[in-house]
Write a protein that binds this ligand. Sequence first.
Ligand code: NAP
Length: 309
Amino acid sequence: MIPVNSVLQVGQFPEVMQAVIDQRITPVHLLDPNSPIPAGSYQSILIRSNTKLPIGLIERLPQIGMVATCGVGYDNLPMEHLKQKGIKASNTPGVLNDAVCELAIGMMLGLLRRIPEAHEFVKSTAWSNGLFTVTTTLAGKCVGIAGMGRIGQDLAKRLEPFKVKIAYTGPSRKDLPYDYYPDIKALARVSDVLILACPASPETDKMINAEVLDALGPKGYLVNIARGSVVDEGALLVALQQKKIAGAALDVFENEPNPNPEFLNIDNVLLTPHIGSATSETRQLMTNLAIDNLEAFYNQQPLLTEVKN
Ligand code: NAP
């Protein structure tokens, strides 16, 4: 049982998530993490992975013992600080793989087959004046995955029926039937489509730079469903403008929800507003898992999906 008013819910949650929360618990709301905290005695925080949890907020809440984030990425949590204070953290891995993989594949196919432009072509009646451009087939290509974790591996399994070769990079080689490249540049060189599925971290910060994009080459496509910080957006914009790569499908950006406006004026991109996990089924699963973690904390049980780093 989670005591009424003992959870501080930080930030705005979509309706479908709020409905699950309101069915299961009674939190106190703090819409803006930097605004004054409503009086109360909170033992835990519920937050979304797209909302930054400021250290200042934790400092003002000495009784907090746990932070549950709805999302798998925890780059918006001050993990070092939480660890120092002995505050536990949980995330929602696994339950969002299906939705994220479906979006990644949809974006990849949309980009190669230029589906959004084809849709506009029909809607604008341009078809009556001529034929739509020919595009690119996925079959026979090599898809490189940077980050062969939960999402990366689910993605690879889904890609197999598309008759592609699969390769990957990451800190460790896995026991998987795909070619492993220890280095992102080497992976980019062999990839026709490079999909990013790694976490945001100091090691992955701007990992996709001008050199990697050059290695991907003028026939290569980039798909980013990881985090905006993984890509050097300045280098990507140059690569797209100068056709050093064929195109990019981006679900995540350095500056959300206001991505660099230069992306809006380029035609070889497919842009989505960070919707990898944004299906109602998945968002309900994520919210339930976050609350299950809170319940475990209040019952003094091990967390179901604790972030340990
Ligand atoms: P995960 O299971 O932890 O997998 C991450 C993988 O990335 C691991 O295999 C890890 O390698 C690898 N990795 C770490 N550093 C790397 C590097 N420098 N280069 C290449 N690979 C590296 O996490 P997940 O559940 O698959 O989620 C992955 C990420 O997807 C999340 O962190 C999140 O940022 C993003 N995501 C985005 C959305 C969206 O809406 N677009 C939704 C969900 C998740 P090891 O196995 O060797 O440690």
